[in-house]
Design a protein around this ligand. Sequence first.
Ligand code: PEQ
Ligand code: MG
Length: 308
Amino acid sequence: MSGSKGSARLSGALLKPLLDSVDCVLFDCDGVIWRGDQVIPGAAEVINLLKKNGKRVFFLTNNSSKTRRMYAEKMATMGFSVAPEEVFGTAYCCAAYLSTVCQLQGSKVYLLGSAAMGQELEAVGVRHTGLGPDHITGSQSDWANVPLDPEVKAVVVGFDQHFSYMKLNRAMQYLTQQGCLFVGTNRDTRLPLEGGKIVPGTGCILQAVETAAQRQAQTVGKPNHYMFDCVASQYGLDRARCLMVGDRLDTDILLGSNCGLKTLLTLTGVSTVADVEAHEQSGCPERRKMVPDYYVDSVADLLPALQG
Ligand SMILES: C[C@H](OP(=O)(O)O)C(=O)O
Ligand SMILES: [Mg+2]
């Protein structure tokens, strides 16, 4: 798999030149530094040593279930201290996008998502409705005539553990309203958990709403460059000296390609070496953008290059 156009498997000392060539490392979370609540062995040591070696470290997760502060608290329990401002999750980035790009400060949105998304929206002055369980009631004609809040200017879709037919229906009814915006956090179809387990990801919920509404959402998460732009604009990063470390080719590695970053795939999450080879041999320019510069079995493979 090596070669000028191919992805190279790196290990041990070979990773040192790569790390020496960057000032900043951007880590994906699910499938790279943890799976669910189980930290990937070596992840905390790698992150602490990178910082000790003067590298800037940020976290870019498509997961919308936690606020920046909640993520910083989770990371502290795993042995690495991170400031909330170093974490860019889609709950925070989606709120930033709605308030600045969509200019919805003071406005209200219909939120299919988590309490964390609600907190990040409130933090930037965007009001919301729809959080929590929403069980079916009435008949089909009642569903088609659900009362809609006239103040709602957008439908926002993230991971919602209370997703239901009634929520799908309400979102659809709002999205048939003239001028109603449609924003999603991310399109990840699977969430990697402990012990190699997986559960349906936000992408499944978003695709259901898009199918019902017959509209495409604007997504904020990776591979959309908006998340990187959030970090770069706040910290003045040189994209040529940034390394994106991720487990998904169609989100993390594609974000890196889209933004001109160096890319490193870890094989502890969703994508596999076979996936890389398929894209590499596809001859399709779009698929080739999902071929990482390098790959390792796990983030722990970076340790020897940092302990020198
Ligand atoms: C899997 C993804 O999280 P990430 O891998 O971007 O941390 C998500 O939660 O949809
Ligand atoms: Mg991931």
